[in-house]
Design a protein around this ligand. Structure first.
Ligand code: ATP
Length: 292
């Protein structure tokens, strides 16, 4: 039943996403092994800092129940993508503009999205989703863990970043997540959050990499994309429902985010105008279908 539905959707996506000149959006999934390691804090501050560089950024909340992006951005989410797919809202109704070039897209888990879509409504959705075709980058905040619907997003993304903190339980869970992701793709990046120093981040990362090389194999390209220092300014910003990169732009965690953004921006430099149907929200859906 679902398989049939998926085939129909795939045809529809192919038909509705005519090739045109647009930006190819870079999809970056941010995930973690266990909850509470800072995934949403990092996703929101990364998205904001990328947008401050003049990039058009979307942040997609892929697990409405768990991601706290509404808290991070201090906004109220009333409807999400499921309401659009059920015909109860339009795409523009659900989008929440955060700044001129940063938009929050209240999402849902992948399998929920695919389950609910009615052909006619889905067709309308794909048309409406084109308002987001100008996105340079879409950050996808997945739920924690390695459930099936999270894997769909990890598959569809250009980059997958696993966030962990340096405590043994979190490292064990992060490693288990990396091991699963390695069955889907051969490149994974990591962010070490809540560390005391670069040295600590590197030390923990090298240990994980050694175990990964020995058990998963050296074909896995595991990279450390950055670290973020533990800092009370981060947690106090969350309590104030504000981003630490806006409240404390000169703090070490904000500098750490800047360093990660610079690395992401380098990858985006290759992102010139191309004939592409891989942009925005419709591009994300196209990829989800491809991996279904
Ligand atoms: N670098 C940091 N320094 C200090 N506190 C931090 C740091 N990063 C995150 N925190 C705190 O850790 C807590 C959990 O962060 P967050 O909600 O972003 O985690 P999460 O991984 O998204 O959790 P969940 O999976 O439940 O959504 C928050 O209170 C946040 O303020």
């Amino acid at each position: 039943m679902i398989g049939n539905q998926a085939q129909k959707l795939e045809k529809l996506v192919a038909a509705s996403s005519q090739k045109k000149k647009s930006k190819k959006t870079r999809f970056i999934a941010i995930t973690s092994g266990k909850g509470g390691v800072g995934k949403s804090t990092i996703s929101s501050n990364l998205a904001y800092t990328l947008s401050k560089q003049g990039l058009n950024v979307g942040i997609f909340d892929a697990d409405i129940g768990l991601a706290n992006l509404d808290v991070m951005f201090n906004v109220k989410i009333k409807k999400n993508i499921l309401h659009v797919l059920k015909g109860e809202a339009t795409v523009s109704d659900i989008l929440i503009p955060i700044t001129r070039n940063l938009i929050l897209i209240p999402g849902e888990s992948g399998d929920e999205i695919l389950k609910y879509s009615d052909m006619a409504l889905f067709e309308r959705f794909m048309q409406e989703a084109q308002v987001l075709d100008k996105l340079d980058v879409m950050i996808i905040d997945t739920g924690a863990g390695i459930g099936e619907h999270i894997q769909m997003f990890l598959n569809a993304a250009d980059d997958v970043i696993v966030v962990t903190v340096p405590d043994p339980a979190a490292i064990t869970d992060a490693y288990a997540t990396i091991k699963t992701i390695a069955t889907l793709r051969d490149d994974v990046s990591m962010i070490m959050n809540q560390v005391k120093s670069e040295k600590e981040a590197l030390g923990v990362f090298e240990k994980i990499k050694k175990v990964a090389n020995a058990n998963i194999g050296s074909q896995l390209d595991l990279q450390l994309i950055g670290k973020i220092n533990a800092d009370i300014k981060v947690s106090s910003s969350v309590k104030q429902r504000a981003l630490f990169t806006t409240l404390y732009p000169a703090s070490q965690p904000s500098k750490d985010i800047d360093a990660i953004v610079n690395k992401i921006a380098q990858k985006l430099e290759r992102n010139v105008l191309v004939t592409s149907n891989e942009s925005g929200l419709s591009g994300l859906f196209k990829r989800l279908m491809d991996h279904f």
